[in-house]
Design a binder for this molecule. Structure first.
Ligand SMILES: Cc1cc2nc3c(=O)[nH]c(=O)nc-3n(C[C@H](O)[C@H](O)[C@H](O)COP(=O)(O)O)c2cc1C
Length: 308
């Protein structure tokens, strides 16, 4: 998820038991031309990271092939994924969900990427650009050699409105031999269990993991006790510290301003002054001063929910 599935978030999710994680989408052109520093930090693994798929965005086979090689070499990718779902207008015509209008182009991209790296290549699609043609596209992608397909159950025209169509996702899963991962509106472990019954090989959790990385532990461990305020605050604090280490303090705190409200959403009602201060963070010291009292007397190590 662009803007969210960075190294700190992937680390917390992996520690909580996520089977694998996917990078934010990376511009293949930026990676190949080497002039976009942002792509380099987006692609970098954290120390010891394994099982992280690198997602590339683009529409040119030669550039995607070269970007796949660089992602494999520089970022130690476990697999490479082609983004065929991004609906953001500024990138229309260049890739993302646009490829759903011209899937034959996508098939050539997959072939080029597969030829470039000895890794599995997968694709993440939406149901279609403005109408559902997901079965046709998935079958074409399978013929082009993808190892796995993730389907977000909305069209690009829908963006994030309405509900993801899990019947449509199930139809795709039934139409191809490669594993299909379902994506869309899984916000709780209970919903994930329900969606697994549709015939998909696995469920992808996006927004539901922002501010509640323990959703994976909840899924894996019978009787997992949902975090209380202390454990919630402790994980939020750990995320904040990881961010400061990863990005440097200023950029890390700026990024946490949009992530902390998601943690707050799951916590007990908090004083509005605290909420306001957290979303205007400038320094790690401020975050420590605001969150540590909520963590209370617990030792950092013990309070560290994600690694418990
Ligand atoms: C802020 C945001 C950023 C996203 N970035 C990406 C991305 O970079 N690549 C991608 O394949 N999907 C991206 N998505 C789509 C999600 O992966 C997912 O398919 C969609 O949000 C539905 O699942 P969810 O309800 O679990 O979030 C993004 C979604 C959001 C809300």
């Amino acid at each position: 998820m662009a803007g969210y599935s960075d190294a700190p978030m992937r680390q917390l999710c992996a520690e909580a038991g996520a089977l694998w994680t996917v990078s934010e989408m990376i511009s293949s052109r930026g990676l190949v031309l080497g002039n976009e520093d942002a792509d380099l930090i987006i692609g970098k693994p954290y120390k010891g990271e394994v099982g992280r798929v690198v997602q590339l965005f683009g529409a040119d086979p030669d550039i995607l092939a070269e970007a796949s090689r660089k992602a494999a070499e520089w970022f130690d990718a476990a697999a490479i994924d082609l983004n065929m779902g991004c609906p953001v207008p500024k990138v229309r015509g260049k890739g993302g969900a646009c490829l759903l209008q011209t899937p034959e182009v996508a098939y050539t991209l997959i072939s080029a990427m597969r030829g470039a790296v000895p890794l599995d290549v997968s694709a993440k699609i939406r149901l279609g650009f403005d109408t559902n043609r997901a079965v046709e596209v998935a079958q074409g992608l399978e013929a082009a050699g993808v190892s796995l397909i993730t389907v977000h159950g909305r069209t690009s025209a829908q963006r994030y409105t309405g509900q993801a169509d899990w019947d449509a996702i199930a139809a795709v899963a039934a139409s191809v031999r490669v594993p299909v991962i379902g994506s869309g509106d899984v916000l709780s472990a209970e919903q994930a269990r329900e969606r697994l019954k549709t015939g998909v090989a696995a469920v992808m959790i996006g927004r539901g993991a922002v501010g509640q990385p323990w959703i994976f532990s909840e899924l894996l461990e019978d009787g997992f006790a949902l975090p209380d305020l202390k454990a919630w605050a402790s994980t939020a604090l750990r995320h904040t510290r990881l961010n400061a280490q990863w990005y440097g303090e200023w950029r890390g705190m700026k990024q946490m301003r949009k992530v902390l409200p998601r943690y707050l959403a799951g916590a007990e009602p908090l004083p509005s002054e605290l909420r306001d201060a957290l979303v205007r963070l400038d320094t790690l010291l401020q975050a420590e001063a605001l969150l540590r009292p909520l963590v209370g007397q617990m030792e950092d190590g013990r309070a560290d929910l994600a690694s418990a």
